[in-house]
Design a protein around this ligand. Structure first.
Ligand SMILES: [Zn+2]
Length: 354
């Protein structure tokens, strides 16, 4: 039985992830590896908007950032004796295992088209969440499994099928690991309680919020009808960190603003009346938990100013944009937004009328 009959969540997804009471999701076999459900339309929208504003294509940066984190993740998965066996005896099987992971995470449906050990890999991905991102993911995995550096390129064919071509090559990466600089801040404890599915022990809310199709590799948010993906927080931080290094300090502000505009429109398009009291804001923040985005702990309102504290935010500018979008949609005012960096484990977001 691949899906729980009661709640509809894939069994493998539940067994491989843990929902903690502090608003985070982690990988069961590596608690330091934090994951987040993120709206894929929003993520692609942010990347497109940055690209448009700055006037350069981002595909190479995206592919490269994903390659690095994909390699890092596979290195961790394949460490130890199991990894030696996998690398030497069963490398083709590792890729079929990997394609199951890709489907479970909602990244698309990946198939191995052609493969020669230590030499090349050709893959075809239908319903890929992003062409450069999935190519980077697969390239990183290839580098880890084969123990070499590699070059990757992709083509997007009929119906959006992504074909990726990875081949081993001597690639000079002088600043390689020094740029891989994300250090996760300490996690703060929390006290959220999830009601669990009595059959599979996944949070009950998970199957209510999302529809899973692990064969196609698609997860859909039933509330927004948007596609979501489950990706590493470190991956996201490295991707955005890479963009900031390449494109400048204004990138986080830009990300917050793009997210704010998007969230405002989403909220305005649903006719629902929103409670804008402190407890209304807290309820709004509560939607972050199940997604692993953090833990909203306090909100203070005074003279049109909103101050909110979110523990363990997955990415501060996106949490800030999420709050400011709510503010703008419910007040009809433009907002001035600031937040602090979560190196102590939490961010305080302040929103004023602009
Ligand atoms: Zn269940």
């Amino acid at each position: 039985m691949r899906y729980c009959q009661r709640c509809g969540v894939p069994r493998i997804l539940t067994s491989e992830h843990k929902w903690a009471p502090n608003g985070t999701i982690s990988v069961t076999r590596d608690v330091n590896h934090r994951m987040v459900f993120i709206d894929n339309d929003a993520l692609n929208h942010i990347l497109e908007q940055i690209s448009t504003r700055i006037g350069i294509p981002l595909e190479i940066i995206i592919q490269e950032a994903k390659r690095k984190s994909g390699k890092d993740f596979m290195d961790a998965v394949l460490s130890g004796l199991k990894g030696i066996v996998a690398r030497n005896l069963a490398s083709a099987r590792v890729y079929s295992q990997l394609s199951k992971q890709v489907g479970m995470l909602g990244l698309g449906h990946a198939e191995l088209v052609d493969y020669k050990r230590h030499s090349f890999l050709e893959g075809a991905i239908t319903d890929a969440y992003s062409a450069p991102a999935i190519t980077g993911d697969i390239c990183g995995a290839f580098e880890s499994v084969e123990g070499c550096t590699a070059e990757a390129r992709y083509e997007v064919g009929a119906g959006g099928t992504v074909k990726c071509f990875i081949r081993s090559a001597d690639v000079e990466r002088p600043e390689l690991e020094s740029r891989f600089g994300y250090v996760p801040p300490p996690l703060l404890p929390g006290r959220n309680i999830y009601e669990l599915c009595p059959v599979c022990r996944a949070p009950k809310a998970l199957g209510v919020q999302y529809a899973f199709d692990a064969d196609r590799g698609i997860i859909v948010d039933r509330k927004t009808n948007h596609r979501v993906v489950l990706i590493g927080v470190m991956t996201l931080a490295n991707l955005f960190g890479e963009l900031e290094r390449e494109l400048g300090d204004e990138v986080p502000k830009m990300i917050a603003e793009i997210e704010k505009d998007r969230v405002r429109e989403v909220i305005l398009s649903s006719a629902k009346d929103r409670d804008t009291s402190e407890s209304g804001y807290l309820r709004y923040l509560k939607t972050l938990e199940l997604k692993g985005m953090g833990n909203g702990v306090s909100v203070a309102l005074s003279d049109g100013m909103v101050e909110a504290r979110v523990d363990n935010p997955y990415f501060e500018p996106l949490v800030a944009g999420f709050l400011a979008g709510f503010y703008e949609a419910t007040t009809g005012e433009k907002s001035a937004l600031s937040w602090n960096d979560a190196s102590a484990g939490y961010t305080s977001v302040t929103i004023n009328r602009a």
